[in-house]
Design a protein around this ligand. Structure first.
Ligand code: FE2
Length: 82
C-alpha cells in the first residue's frame, strides 16, 4: 500500500538527516507519525471489509448495508439563518 512506501521514504529521510538538521528531522518525524496513523486506519478498514464480506457470505448476503453513505456535502441550503 502507498502508505507503506511513504513510511519507508520518511524513515530514510529521517535516517539521512540524523543530527545534521534536527528541526527538519522533527518535521519529518511528525509527518511519519501521521503516515503511520493512515496505514493503521487503512489496515483496520481492510480488516473490517474482510470481516463484513465473510459475514455477508455466511448470512447469504441478505442485507447489503455495507455501502458507503453520502456525507451530505454540497447540499447546503443557500438561505443561511444568520
Ligand atoms: Fe497518508
Amino acid at each position: 500500500m502507498a502508505e507503506r512506501i511513504a513510511i519507508d521514504s520518511y524513515g530514510e529521510i529521517i535516517r539521512y538527516l540524523a543530527d545534521k538538521d534536527p528541526t527538519t528531522r522533527r518535521v519529518m518525524e511528525e509527518i511519519l507519525a501521521r503516515e503511520e496513523e493512515h496505514a493503521d486506519d487503512l489496515a483496520k478498514l481492510l480488516t473490517s471489509f474482510d470481516t463484513s464480506s465473510k459475514d455477508a457470505t455466511k448470512e447469504g448476503a441478505k442485507s447489503n448495508d455495507n455501502s458507503p453513505k453520502p456525507e451530505g456535502n454540497g447540499s447546503k441550503s443557500k438561505s443561511a439563518s444568520h
